[in-house]
Ligand binder design. Structure first.
Ligand SMILES: Nc1ncnc2c1ncn2[C@@H]1O[C@H](COP(=O)(O)OP(=O)(O)OP(=O)(O)O)[C@@H](O)[C@H]1O
Ligand SMILES: [Mg+2]
Length: 712
């Protein structure tokens, strides 16, 4: 999590905007049920009547009402109304109507006192609507008394009675109640549409921002992992497998990206929605207890499922790694596998892991799959119970139908929010596994680092000295190199020969600091190479590795390799490395395509091109680790002759590792290596005289005649 927050830091402003927008979105979305409730209650049930006292009332109706009022109230009411004649126009809800009878019209807006005065008389009048009884001042008291008896227990219904009464007096006065109703519903509908449009826009913008942030985070993370891996020395590479590093930069980063996006949308929205909806349902304490019961059941179910599924998550990720590994190995070694007919074995290996993963995936998916139906059942039961309980509440007028509908919607929001929150508990652990794996890469300490103030190497070439160098591979028990001492001077060709695995490549790898020495030191121009910036050191070295490696691109891009190489240098490198005929053979010359891993050129061609790459660099030290092994004798000879010319010209130091005496016998200095030690040092002739190991190699390779010649 810390890692994710670290990467989110640059996006803090966007995140704040998303939080703000999500908050607004939740508010607008949760306002919708209120609007709906309003349409149902005020628009449909009350016929669009929002007022609590009639704004227009026929004189007969008014007189009946007045009978039920005290003297003082009557005066107050009459002060608020003007009596208009038939045919005059009045305005109700912004619409003009012609009066059918003489009517009282409210001259200002209604006030609380007026509202209170009207409540009871309107209820009386409404109750008498169907009864043909003329109320006068004389019988009013008596009528009220008998009505009061009938109205006992119906106090909660006064509001709706009042509304219905107003509706009926409007009808009496000739006001089109249909128009009032449809006008009201239309207005509320427009408002509702506006709010949902706004909510949609907010959702759209915040989703857009969330995606932008998540992909941004992923891009930076991928870049960081890539750069970190780039800075790895060989020993760090051996800690992670290549396929694991690829999974980490790809699959794992994508998992984080999804998590961030989900965090910024669902994880933010669900709790906000849930809490706001809880506040909304709290308005209806009579029914909200059912919701609590439903949430309880739901949490228990989800908690149980989570507990069962949780331990499987880490296992899944490990299996994904394993499958990737098998796939990768299979693809890399496809030719060998085919040649040895071992497809079956590989298939079985794959099948086993695949089955294991399928079983776990199936289990977890089943756990997740149960959630849906359980939720549907809970929600449906919840709706039924809400309707059942609210029916009674509506009956006693404690709730309206609109309220019930709104409550059902709020309840669904609450339930859904809880579901989303628990769902995130399923997803977070899986993503956190990925975060951990990325952290492992980022937190790996590089073993080979530049010192704070590196020493600067001189421009011209100097002595390269191995000073009592011992070396042990990281994690290994024994030294591979033991007390290696030699000096390579500018313009010298230093050759190394020795049996397989004696440590030749290891000595070579110490020069560009692919590994650091364990004991002793290597100096170049008098500077310990550990005190020199790696970048500067690498600039001085042209290196053709034992395993020739080409990259996707063209022949030219592989030789120039991103460096600024002029035509003269480029052609010289091609000529010396004897690559000219490779290029001449190809249809597109130097622009001929090289496929991934250089699979479309032969081993010998690959070697020559990688020699050309080393030579195209104006270096002080050239290293050829067994680079001439795949060349035929003639080419080998030509190459060495031309290389010697170059050395004579540039005074560069050249290291050649070889198995063939012929390749190295003209070297200025030959080092004979055995078991990580130098057991002979000198020229070909000197070594033939006094080095037993060298003699043995020479005898096995050269004819007697050649040896005689060499001695002579
Ligand atoms: N990265 C590594 N980690 C651990 N041990 C290694 C590593 N690379 C090489 N070795 C070991 O170091 C020893 C010397 O290997 P090295 O590659 O230097 O031999 P070499 O003389 O170049 O052999 P070859 O002629 O076959 O190329 C070998 O025993 C090898 O197993
Ligand atoms: Mg080697």
């Amino acid at each position: 999590m810390k890692l994710i927050f670290k990467y989110l830091k640059p996006y803090i402003l966007t995140v704040l905007v998303i939080i703000g927008f999500t908050f607004l979105q939740v508010q607008t979305e949760l306002a919708l049920p209120d609007y709906m409730s309003d349409i149902v209650t005020n628009g449909i049930q009350y016929g669009g009547i929002t007022e609590n006292v009639p704004s227009v009332i026929m004189d007969n109706d008014m007189e009946e009402l007045l009978c039920f009022m005290s003297e003082a109230d009557r005066d107050y009411v009459l002060g608020k109304y003007d009596l208009l004649k038939t045919g005059e126009t009045v305005k109700v809800n912004d619409k003009e109507y012609e009066l059918l009878y003489d009517s009282y019209v409210l001259n200002e807006g209604e006030d609380t006192k007026l509202k209170e005065i009207f409540v009871k008389p309107m209820v009386y009048a409404y109750s008498l609507k169907e009864v043909n009884l003329l109320v006068t001042e004389d019988n009013a008291a008596e009528v009220m008394k008998s009505l009061d008896e009938q109205l006992v227990g119906l106090e909660d219904n006064y509001t709706s009675m009042g509304k219905l009464y107003i509706q009926s007096v409007y009808g009496d006065a000739g006001i089109a109640i249909d128009e009032i109703q449809s006008g009201y519903i239309f207005k509320s509908g427009i408002k509702m549409l506006g709010v949902s449009f706004l909510s949609g826009m907010l959702a759209l913008v915040s989703t857009y921002l969330a995606i932008k942030t998540a992909t941004g985070v992923a891009a930076t993370m991928r870049k960081d992992v890539f750069e970190k891996v780039e800075s790895f020395s060989s020993s760090e590479f051996s800690t992670f497998s290549t396929s694991s590093l690829i999974t980490r930069t790809g699959n794992d980063v994508t998992k984080i990206q999804n998590l961030v996006q989900m965090m910024l949308r669902m994880m933010l929205m669900a709790p906000l929605m849930g809490i706001t909806a809880i506040f909304k349902v709290a308005k209806y304490p009579q029914v909200s207890w059912i919701l609590l019961v439903a949430i309880g059941i739901m949490l228990a179910t989800m908690g149980f499922l989570l507990m069962v599924a949780f331990p499987k998550f880490e296992k899944i990720q490990k299996l994904v790694d394993k499958i990737n590994n098998i796939m990768r190995e299979y693809m890399d070694g496809m030719l060998v596998i085919r040649a040895f007919n071992s497809e079956k074995i590989e298939e079985e290996k794959f099948d086993k892991t695949n089955k294991e993963q399928t079983a776990i995936d199936r289990f977890v998916s089943r756990c997740m799959g149960i959630i849906g139906p359980v939720m549907t059942i809970i929600m449906n039961l919840l709706t039924v119970f809400i309707v059942y309980i609210s029916a009674y509440q509506i009956d006693i007028d404690a709730m309206t139908i609109g309220d019930t509908m709104a409550f059902i919607q709020y309840a669904m929001h609450v339930v859904m929010s809880f579901m989303f929150v628990t769902m995130t508990f399923f997803m977070i652990p899986r993503s956190l596994v990925s975060a951990k794996r990325i952290r492992q890469v980022l937190d790996t300490e590089n073993t080979i680092n530049d010192i704070e103030r590196p020493e600067v190497l001189p421009e011209e070439n100097g002595d390269l000295v191995f000073d009592h160098v011992c070396f042990k591979y990281p994690g290994a028990e024994e030294n591979i190199l033991e007390d290696v001492c030699f000096t390579a001077k500018p313009g010298e060709t230093v050759a190394m020969i020795g049996s397989t695995a004696c440590g030749k490549s290891t000595i070579i790898k110490l020069i560009p600091r692919l590994f650091d020495v364990t004991e002793g030191k290597i100096t170049y121009c008098g500077h310990d190479i550990r005190n020199v910036a790696q970048k500067q050191l690498h600039e001085k070295i042209g290196y053709a590795t034992q395993k020739a490696i080409l990259f996707t691109g063209t022949i030219e891009s592989n030789i120039k390799f991103g460096r600024d190489v002029n035509d003269e240098e480029f052609n010289e490198a091609i000529d010396i490395s004897q690559s000219r005929n490779i290029i001449n053979e190809k249809e597109d010359g130097i622009n001929d395509k090289i496929t991934q891993g250089g699979t479309n050129v032969s081993g010998g061609q690959k070697q020559r091109l990688s020699i050309a790459r080393a030579l195209a660099k104006k270096a002080n030290i050239y290293i050829f680790d067994d680079s001439f092994s795949a060349l035929d004798y003639a080419t080998d000879k030509k190459l060495r002759a031309e290389l010697n010319e170059l050395i004579a010209k540039t005074k560069a130091t050249v290291f050649i590792v070889a198995q063939r005496i012929a390749t190295i016998k003209n070297a200025d200095k030959i080092l004979v290596i055995e078991d990580g030690k130098i057991v002979g040092e000198g020229t070909h002739r000197e070594l033939l005289e006094n080095c037993k190991v060298y003699q043995e190699i020479a005898y096995s390779q050269l004819s007697k005649e050649e040896l005689e010649n060499a001695r002579a």
